[in-house]
Structures are given as structure tokens and as C-alpha cells.
Design a protein around this ligand. Sequence first.
Ligand code: MTE
Length: 323
Amino acid sequence: MHLRFPKDWALPAAAVTPEPLYRLAQRREFLKTLGIGLAGAALLRPSALLAATAGFPAKGNPLYPGTALKPTAEEYVTSFNNFYEFGTDKSEPKDYANKGWKTDPWTVELAGLVNQPAKFDVNELVKKIGGLEERVYRHRCVEAWSMVIPWDGFPLAKLVALAEPKPEAKYVRFVSFNDPAHAVGQKEGNLDYPYVEGLRLDEATHELAFIATGIYGKALPNQNGAPLRLVTPWKYGFKGIKSIVRIEFTAAQPKNTWSVMAPDEYGFYANVNPKVDHPRWSQASERVIGAGLLGGRQATLMFNGYEKQVAALYKGMDLAKNF
Ligand code: MTE
């Protein structure tokens, strides 16, 4: 008999299907009943109006069956955001990222120490990669709040494979867009722009590292980093660079925006670690967004709960120094 075991990092199947996923399944069934294929489904979905619509609905992946953790209600995920390009208040990105800023069409570039430098339209890229899958991951901000998000997208390793890095490539540098005419935070200069992030190449090709083009079975809303963003669930959320335009392979460790702005407070690695506090607050616990005032705090997990999968990447490293 051929048995399939779920990946050990996949959060186990829920006794009760979380509501957004249930609705998604219902919609798929409904469309199937009507005999409407993918193209028809795209026409019916409101997300067809947003960027990077290729590949939806994401393929169900039998290896990643679901979650025992209830995904955070969608309204929190799409209205409580960090996206400094569109303001520093959590409520501002939802408003300002939807006032004239266009995320379709969108081109992303693979560059640097690679054999296959290329520029792709995002929808073409999704087709080339072979479609989308859904992954439910914990999401932990360095500011000590957390969510659980059902992402749609593809493994970053597939993109790295497309680029064919040269042996000298040891790091990946991600660059976000720069459009001060449409991004009020960039116009005001509230950070050094464009926003930049980086990973070691072995982190980038780890199976958990993910490029998201959607959430809750729909294209990413602008405020969540449309049309494509990085998701590294064992790291603090600031590594999850939004609205990427360039992915560059380098020999030297890239300088990431927050570590340049405040080197004593934010590092390159940004691994979630309850034992290494931020200089101005404890990281031992986190506020659960959407859990209400009473249910609202829980202990922080080492590597955000993905220790078994990623600890080997940091063997022998002093995590307090390499924060
Ligand atoms: N990417 C860009 N380009 N600009 C940003 O300000 N903020 C980061 C990260 N990616 C940010 C970004 C931070 S601090 C966090 S916690 C997450 O995005 C927030 O993602 P969310 O709004 O989808 O929860």
C-alpha cells in the first residue's frame, strides 16, 4: 500500500474546518457543480480585479492538509498591516495602497550571480512555476503580535531553481518597488527606500520559504504586498518583503532595510526567538491579533514553532549575536 504522510511542519488537520477555508471549499464545489472551469471561476471571483490572478484557486496539496490553529479572521489580516510605503499606522496601508497604486501588470527580475537572468510578468511566472498551493503558516511580527494566515503561492526554491545561481552566489537580495508618486510613505521618506531584505541561499531554498501571491484563496490585496511577497514563517515578519520587483543573487550578505535603520534593534537573521529580547521589549510572549482582550496573549515559540524544520540551518551559531 502506498501511504502518504503529511510534512512534519504542516499544522495538523482541524476537527472543525476554519470558516474561510470552509467557504473556499464550498465555492470550489459550487463552481464544479456549475461545470465552470478555471477561466470561468476567475471571472466570478472578486479577486479577478486584483493583480497576479494566475493559478487561482490554489491547488489543494494532500501533503499540507490544513490547520489545528484557526486562521486569523481575514478582516484583521487585510486591515492591520505593516507597509511603511503607505504609512506607519497599521490602518493606513489598506487605505493608501488602494488609491491609484497599480500592481497589475507587474514585472519581477531575476538578476546577479545567476546563469538565467530574466524578467517575468508575475502571471506568466506563476504559470511557468506550475501553479499555486496553499500553506497555513504562523505569522509573527518583531513587535510581538501574531496571526495565522492561509497563504497561496509557491516555494521560493522553485524560483531559485529557475534562476540557476552560480556557485559564487551565497545570498539572495530582495528589492521592493519604488514609486513615491503613489506611495505616500516613500514621498515622506519615513524609511530609506526601496525596502530591501535578504536571505542566505540555504534559507531561501528551505522548503518552508515561500513566495505568496494570495491569501484566503484570493489574490493578495495591495496592502498585503501585491502581487508577490516573501513569507519565511520562522522569522520575524519584517523579513517578509512585500511587492518585490527584483531578486538578486550575491556573494556578500545583503544589507536589509531595518538593520540599516536601527542596527542595535534589528538584525539580518531575524529568527523568532523567545529568549532573545528586543532591546525595548520582551519577545517571550505575543499578542494574538483577533483573539479579543481576554484570549489575547500566548508564549512565543522558538523559530515560531518551526524549530524541528529549521534549527539545523543555524547549528553552532550564537543566536543572541546573530539576531
Ligand atoms: N515590505 C515592505 N516593502 N515594506 C514594509 O514596510 N513591513 C514588514 C513586512 N514587509 C514591510 C514589508 C513588516 S515589519 C511586517 S510585520 C510584515 O511585512 C507585515 O505583513 P502584513 O501586513 O501582511 O501582516
